[in-house]
Design a protein around this ligand. Structure first.
Ligand SMILES: Cc1cc2nc3c(=O)[nH]c(=O)nc-3n(C[C@H](O)[C@H](O)[C@H](O)COP(=O)(O)OP(=O)(O)OC[C@H]3O[C@@H](n4cnc5c(N)ncnc54)[C@H](O)[C@@H]3O)c2cc1C
Length: 388
C-alpha cells in the first residue's frame, strides 16, 4: 500500500511540535499498514469491527489519549486531534471506536467519577482490556435528549434502571455502559456492567453507513446498580453534554482525515484516468473540483488547529466546537461526494474509499449533534434567541 502523504498546502506542520508530528505519523503508519488492509472485509460485513485491533489501539495510546494519569497518554488537544484525523483517514468506524471509548466513556469517569471508579476502570480502558459504550440517545429522543424516558429509581443503597437506548456504538461488545437516566434529582450517569441481570444489547443491522462499526440497541429491565456505580459529580444534562463537546472536537479533526483520504485518492485517479484524449486531471471542470477540495480541506485544518490551541489554553467555548464540527463534517461530505463523482463508475465499488467515506460521513453529520442542531447553537449565540 502506498504511503499516505497528507495534505499541507499552507505548511501547517510548521505550527506543530515535533511530538505532535511524531504522534500523527505513528498513527498514520498504523492505519496504512494494519487497518486499511482489513477495512474492505469488515465493511462487507453488516456492522462488525476488527476487534483483534483493540489491544493494538490500546498499545498505541489511542484510548483516552488526551486524559492524564491512569495509564492514559496525557496528550495535548492538537496532538489528540491529529490522532483522530489519522484514524478517520482509515474509516469513521475506527475513529468512532476510539472517540466513544475515550471521550464518551473514559472522559466522564475521569471528570465525574469517584477515585475508586477511576482506578477500577480507566487503566483497563486505556489498554483496551475493557470496552465501554455511552447510552444517551433513545428511540424517541436523539437531538432533544431532555425528553429521555430511561429512569433510575432509588431502592435503599441501590438504583433500579429501566429504559431503552438506541444507536449505541459498541453496545454489544462493551463490558461497561455509561447510562444516562432521569432520577427524582434530575439526569444522572451510571456505570452499568453489561453482564448484569436485566441488561440486553441487540445489534442494529442493515446500516448503509458506519458499516465497520458495531451499533446496538440497549434494553434495561429492572437493572440494579449500587450507589457506588453512579458518577457522583455528574449532575444534570451538563454531564452528558460536556462529554459530547469532547467527542465533537475529535470529530471535527476526524472529518479532515476522511476528506484527505478522498482527495489523495481522486488526485491520483484523475491523473491516470484518460478521457477524451487526455488525463481527467487535465480538464478544467476536474481542476475546479480539486481546487475546491484543496481549499476547503486547508480551511478546515486551520479551524481545527486554532480551536485546538484554544482548548489547550483551557479557553474552549462549546459553540466553537459546534462551528468546527458543523463546518468540517459538511466540508468532508462535499469532498467525498465530489471525489466519488470524479471516480465515475469505479467510485461506486469498495476498491475505492470515496463512497465508503461518503456514506460514513452521513452518520457523522447526524451524530454528536446534527448539522442543524449545531446551526441552531450558533444561531442562538449570534442572536441571543433560542429558535423555535
Ligand atoms: C451509527 C450511529 C452511531 C451512534 N452512536 C451513538 C452512541 O454511541 N451513543 C448515543 O447516545 N447516541 C449515538 N448515536 C445517536 C445520535 O447521536 C443521534 O442519532 C443524533 O443525536 C440525532 O438524533 P435522531 O437520530 O433521533 O434524529 P432527530 O433528533 O429525530 O433529528 C431528525 C432531523 O430533525 C432535525 N431536527 C431536530 N431538532 C430540530 C429542531 N429543533 N429544529 C429543526 N430541525 C431539527 C435534525 O437536524 C435532523 O435533521 C449514533 C447514531 C448513529 C447513526
Amino acid at each position: 500500500m502506498a504511503d499516505f502523504r497528507g495534505l499541507d498546502f499552507l505548511r501547517l506542520d510548521e505550527l506543530l511540535t515535533d511530538e505532535e508530528i511524531a504522534a500523527r505519523d505513528t498513527v498514520r503508519e498504523f492505519v496504512s499498514r494494519e487497518f486499511l488492509p482489513l477495512v474492505q472485509e469488515y465493511v462487507r460485513q453488516d456492522g462488525a469491527f476488527p476487534m483483534q485491533l483493540i489491544p493494538r489501539l490500546g498499545e498505541l495510546g489511542l484510548f483516552g489519549a488526551n486524559l492524564e494519569g491512569y495509564g492514559c497518554a496525557g496528550m495535548g488537544a492538537v496532538a489528540y486531534g491529529l490522532l483522530m484525523q489519522e484514524l478517520e483517514r482509515g474509516d469513521s468506524g475506527l475513529r468512532s471506536c476510539c472517540s466513544v471509548q475515550g471521550s464518551l466513556v473514559m472522559y466522564p469517569i475521569h471528570a465525574y467519577g469517584s477515585e475508586e471508579q477511576r482506578s477500577r476502570w480507566l487503566p483497563k480502558m486505556a489498554s483496551g482490556e475493557v470496552i465501554g459504550c455511552f447510552g444517551l440517545t433513545e428511540p424517541d429522543f436523539g437531538s432533544h435528549v431532555s425528553g429521555m424516558r430511561t429512569k433510575a429509581v432509588r431502592k435503599g443503597d441501590a438504583w433500579v434502571l429501566n429504559g431503552t437506548k438506541r444507536w449505541i456504538t459498541n453496545g454489544s461488545v462493551a463490558q461497561v455502559a455509561v447510562i444516562w437516566a432521569n432520577t427524582e434529582e434530575g439526569v444522572r450517569g451510571f456505570l452499568v456492567e453489561t453482564d448484569c441481570p436485566g441488561f440486553e444489547a441487540r445489534d442494529i443491522k442493515g446500516k448503509m453507513s458506519l458499516r465497520a462499526s458495531v451499533t446496538s440497541e440497549l434494553f434495561l429491565h429492572d437493572v440494579e446498580v449500587s450507589e457506588a456505580d453512579r458518577l457522583p459529580e455528574a449532575k444534570g444534562l451538563k454531564g452528558p453534554l460536556s462529554c459530547l463537546t469532547q467527542a465533537r472536537y475529535g470529530i471535527a479533526w476526524g472529518a479532515i482525515g476522511a476528506a484527505m483520504a478522498c482527495y489523495e485518492e481522486v488526485v491520483g485517479y484523475t491523473k491516470e484516468r484518460l478521457v477524451d484524449g487526455g488525463p481527467l486531471a487535465g480538464k478544467q471542470l476536474t481542476q475546479e473540483k480539486l481546487a475546491f477540495m484543496l481549499t476547503e480541506i486547508t480551511k478546515a485544518q486551520l479551524l481545527a488547529l486554532r480551536v485546538g490551541r484554544i482548548k489547550e489554553a483551557n479557553q474552549l467555548d462549546h459553540a466553537m466546537v459546534s462551528l468546527i464540527k458543523r463546518n468540517n463534517v459538511d466540508m468532508a461530505l462535499q469532498v467525498a461526494r465530489q471525489a466519488r463523482d470524479l471516480l465515475g463508475a469505479n467510485g461506486i465499488v469498495d476498491d475505492y474509499c470515496a463512497m465508503r467515506h461518503m456514506m460514513n460521513l452521513e452518520t457523522v453529520r447526524t451524530y454528536e449533534g446534527t448539522h442543524d442542531i449545531h446551526t441552531l447553537i450558533l444561531g442562538e449565540r449570534i442572536t441571543g434567541m433560542r429558535a423555535l
